[in-house]
Design a protein around this ligand. Sequence first.
Ligand code: ATP
Ligand code: MG
Length: 747
Amino acid sequence: MDNILQGLNAAQRTAVESPASVVQVLAPPGSGKTKTLTARVAHLIAHRQLQPWNIIVCTFTVKAASEMKERIKSFVGEDLAKQLKLGTFHSVALRYLKHYGQHIGLPKDFGIADTSDSKAILKRIIKKLGMSIEPGQALGRISSRKAKGEVDSKPGKGPKSVDQQEFLRLFEEYEATLAASNLLDYDDLLLRCRFLLKSHPQCVSNVEAVLIDEFQDTNNIQYELMGLFAQQYNRITIVGDPDQSIYGFRSAEIKNLSRMKKQWPDTITINLEENYRSSGAILHAAQNIIEQDESRPPKRLQATHTFGLRPVLRKLPTAYAEAEWLVSEIKRMRALSGNSIQLSDFAVLLRSAALSRAIETALGNTGIPYRMVGGQRFYDRAEVKLVVDYLRVIHQPENSEAVERVVNDPSRSVGDTSIRKLREEAERKGVSLWSVILDISQGRCTTDMKLNEATRKGLASFVNVILSGRKKMESWSTEPPSVTALINVVSQKIGLEAHLRRKHSGDETFEARWSNVEELMAQATEITASGKLNELVESQRLPQVEGLDQTTESAEDVLSVFLANIALTASAEKKAEEDGEKIQQVTISTIHAAKGLEWPVVFIPACYDGSIPHSRADDHDEERRLLYVGMTRAQALLYLSCPIKNTQREETTISAFLTHQGAGRYFDEHGPSLPSSAVASLCTTLRRECPTEACFLETRKTVDSDEDNHWPLNGEEVFAESNRWDSGATGNALPGFGTARHIPTVQ
Ligand code: ATP
Ligand code: MG
């Protein structure tokens, strides 16, 4: 535990040890904010005697949360680290709602509507109301309303436009549908938790410290939650960087920083000014981009690494040529390094997920494995969703949305018309869809709905599947609970394998689809066998608070926790993580999902106007910050590129951020690719062996000859700095970047 402060600089140590109650650490990318935050958590436990279960740590992505947990584990050990209340805002809120939701009238077995559930609900309501809005757009509008904390559908003061009236109607119906199905959407998790903590502050009376990473992206409701979590002891640490605020479209409120100072006037602010992540060249190029925003206050940021190679900027004829070039660079670097440079050292970061197709195809064609973060996700794949939906219905038959999705999948002669009749009957009686279906199948329904014989049989077979599942679950009171066994019941009862084989005989995807189902089973088995599920149930338990009952867990909670875990990791970040550990993969991610992370080599393709800045984005400053976030993920090599014609065969113009006055100086725009010696340099930087003769010779050559030096910035101010780094003057400089400066930029 004594190594907590080791390797931290003076400002970082001050932040870790600060006795102040409310601390803001504001600093640029790669300056060690997350490192400092995790060290402070460890310090609070080790030296200030705070109990880990009384500390809440929130971040924005599942991946970031698991990385933080790992870092803290290395300081205080697994036993203490796992007791922290650490996770995304949503997962921490869910934990409180699961345990204390009863006190605000939430039923014990509420389910979570993920984004696609919400869209499906909206699609139906939009049709019913005869509106023309896209479901995704409607959800965005609802979500931003909820994010601002506007929860009811009351029209409020003043006249309303027709559009607003229509929207409020939609909002109202959407909320009613969720309530009828006993579902909360993602925003509800936060809203309900806020309500719970306001009305029952005892729930958090034990919370001694609250720490938030990536604070610049907190929205109104998350900000309020932070204050509510901390209401007893008012001990808060946040770290963030206003230059990396990229969630304006989700109502993140950059003004939360000043709001915090007003709310807690004793707040102290600590700045960090050294960058430990990127080479000097990458940092300068990124700085140049962010400084194009003249309204932004100037900041100091110093590189601790040597200068290295300027980021590459290339134009390729088409998006496909761009993707092939990118893949050939990966292959070349790997080959030259004798595979010392690993696939997991590379990331391709995209402005929008839709850009991934060309890259995926090029990687697929050369057999390079990759993982998608923020794209088509494991839990979004149709066959996985189908099984999970069956589990959801078994867990909670009142979930009419899930019932509706699976009642006719596989086909059971229950078409749209029959479903509409069943829904109408349910609405008329004020009961769930399941209840109507059950009554029909058991001959208790007196209404003549004019369902034909085949439909009735279909409904009976559906009921049989669900009741078999529930029976299996009941057996868990006498035998160990097994989600795998439950999936097997579903799979056998619905004849899943034959169903998928029939459905996908034409598109030859059966094998891949079935292996997804097997993967889900494997995951359920692994998670149960390793005791992880029990651990998860256990770890979600909150400390007992006097005078406030907690819902106690039963065997069925295993399924509930399994499903909640899926809903929250829906992004499959976790799955991708596990894959990444098993096999080496290139990462493809949106820039948004890459925040807080770092890779030795980063590619940002499709840097053209319309893509970044995006054609639908109103706020160009935010688009610029997004590019800045992407560029500052790179440690040693950064490649930006632009296809002359995009996938729609439209001529493009290179992003204005990259052609902005003087920006070109920071990039290497010549030649087809980086010199081979860059690879040797990269290997040295990563402290990996580079055994190939070609690489060795290249390194010798470049170190020996300096005649083809293309550094246009030579002699300028930035170079005064970088020369110092090259001479290895800073203790923190990693070897490698230094020699790279002497490498000719054209091969
Ligand atoms: P971002 O804004 O992108 O989230 P950050 O400020 O959170 O960045 P970290 O991820 O904490 O930065 O740190 C960036 C890298 O620098 C990490 O690899 C980290 O281990 C390293 N690092 C941070 N501080 C130091 C230090 N004092 N000495 C050496 N390495 C450091
Ligand atoms: Mg960070």
